[in-house]
Design a protein around this ligand. Structure first.
Ligand code: HEM
Ligand SMILES: *[C@@H]1O[C@H](CO)[C@@H](O)[C@H](O)[C@H]1NC(C)=O
Ligand SMILES: *[C@@H]1O[C@H](CO)[C@@H](O)[C@H](O)[C@H]1NC(C)=O
Ligand SMILES: *[C@@H]1O[C@H](CO)[C@@H](O)[C@H](O)[C@H]1NC(C)=O
Ligand SMILES: *[C@@H]1O[C@H](CO)[C@@H](O)[C@H](O)[C@H]1NC(C)=O
Ligand SMILES: *[C@@H]1O[C@H](CO)[C@@H](O)[C@H](O)[C@H]1NC(C)=O
Ligand SMILES: *[C@@H]1O[C@H](CO)[C@@H](O)[C@H](O)[C@H]1NC(C)=O
Ligand SMILES: *[C@@H]1O[C@H](CO)[C@@H](O)[C@H](O)[C@H]1NC(C)=O
Length: 317
């Protein structure tokens, strides 16, 4: 009996511990203070994607690059200033991340309906989900209540965001360092079913590596010369770059991953079977992607009275 009671007490403590780790995010956080935030963000994201279909990809990636640097705290949105060295010029971000104007537009619309209430970090999380939905992907319930950082970290952006030259074990440990499983990593990589990459990040893969489909390699080489054209773009999913589907995994199985890191997920290693599953079953991919996005959104949020709700996403109040 005593033993039963103490294990109940122990389990209760574990549960309290876990809810604390996740920083008390919940899906109803703004229900009384800004009931229209979701519809406002969704409409603005739909408008931005109607203006430019690639924007959905760019907003999704911004959320990822935010969360991997000291948690999902809007740090990536901060501009460089006399007081702050931002993350925008970090290697993985410089000349690459985009969508800041769209976030500014959404923020000003949200400020207009409920001033000083909704954080930039939450806006980015909602915008990432709405982007996936707008491009035909799965939906999920977004956990809310993140607050915005007062600082940014260029060096952490450089060390934590995985590089396109990464091998499978480096990808696994990069995600594991953020508390994300290998299964989450493989599912989240399916985000590369949308968006574009610059020649400079895949040149070596398409010219110098052997685990690549020669027909595919020739077709992307056409717009990515051996020298020059560093910023020329190629779709991460050649077939449907503005549709969120499971083509990414089918591409990997025909050795047509654009990045070295993409093809690492189907290269005779431990990720092959999950890639095969997702290529055969889009619903399984969608379910796992949605759940992995919630996990990524839970990385180390600022909650309670930590941080602040920024008025302008580009600078602390
Ligand atoms: C697994 C490790 C990952 C690596 C090594 C990686 C690397 C890259 C690189 C190099 C680019 C092209 C950037 C450029 O050339 O400007 C890119 C684009 C992109 N990444 Fe990833 N990525 C990874 C995971 C993710 C995750 C987890 C997400 C989101 C859940 C994501 C979403 C995107 C999107 C949507 C784009 C296209 C962005 C656009 O068109 O603006 N990536 N990624
Ligand atoms: C959501 O979180 C906030 C802040 O922690 C809290 O005030 C609110 O009661 C929570 N709502 C639910 C339904 O748990
Ligand atoms: C909330 O949005 C709905 C439609 O999306 C609108 O009818 C309503 O007036 C809005 N409410 C507030 C308080 O802005
Ligand atoms: C930098 O910090 C100082 C002191 O907090 C503040 O007065 C100033 O407005 C800040 N400058 C910028 C550009 O944020
Ligand atoms: C970022 O890109 C710009 C423009 O290409 C370049 O001048 C600058 O040196 C880069 N910054 C860093 C930190 O690499
Ligand atoms: C993977 O990359 C890491 C870091 O670059 C390196 O230390 C490791 O030896 C590589 N592993 C394999 C199996 O190639
Ligand atoms: C291919 O590899 C050779 C030998 O390592 C190297 O000199 C060359 O720069 C590489 N080319 C590309 C496009 O990466
Ligand atoms: C290479 O790509 C083509 C066109 O997508 C495909 O038909 C072929 O099966 C692929 N080859 C291999 C070895 O996967």
């Amino acid at each position: 009996m005593t033993r039963a009671l103490s294990s109940i007490a122990c389990i209760t403590l574990i549960f309290l511990g876990f809810s604390k780790v996740n920083g008390q995010l919940n899906s109803t956080f703004y229900d009384s203070t800004c009931p229209n935030v979701s519809s406002t963000v969704q409409a603005a994201v739909q408008q931005a994607i109607a203006n430019e279909a690639r924007m959905g990809a760019s907003l999704l990636r911004l959320h990822f690059h935010d969360c991997f640097v000291n948690g999902c705290d809007g740090s990536i949105l901060l501009d460089d200033s006399v007081n702050i060295t931002g993350e925008k010029t970090a290697g993985p971000n410089n000349n690459s991340v985009r969508g800041f104007d769209v976030i500014d537009t959404i923020k000003s619309q949200v400020e207009a309906i409920c001033s000083g209430v909704v954080s930039c970090a939450d806006i980015l999380t909602l915008a990432a989900r709405d982007s996936v939905v707008a491009l035909g992907g799965p939906t999920w319930t977004v956990q809310l209540g993140r607050r915005d950082s007062l600082t940014a970290s260029l060096s952490t952006a450089n060390s934590n965001i995985p590089a396109p030259t990464s091998n499978l074990s480096a990808l696994i440990s990069s995600f594991s360092n953020q508390g994300l499983s290998t299964q989450d990593m493989i599912a989240l990589s399916g985000a590369h079913t949308i968006g574009q990459a610059r020649c400079t990040v895949f040149r070596t893969h398409i010219y110098n590596e052997t685990n690549i489909n020669s027909t595919f390699a020739s077709s992307v080489q056409a717009n990515c010369p051996l020298s020059g054209g560093d910023n020329n773009l190629s779709p991460l999913d050649l077939q449907t770059p503005t549709t969120f589907d499971n083509d990414y995994y089918m591409n990997l199985m025909s050795q047509s991953g654009l990045l070295h890191s993409d093809q690492e997920l189907f290269n005779g290693g431990s990720a092959d079977s999950q890639v095969t599953t997702y290529s055969n079953n889009q619903n399984t991919f969608f379910t796992d992607f949605a759940s992995a996005m919630v996990n990524m959104g839970n990385i180390n949020p600022l909650t309670g009275s930590s941080g602040e709700v920024r008025t302008n996403c580009r600078k602390p109040n």
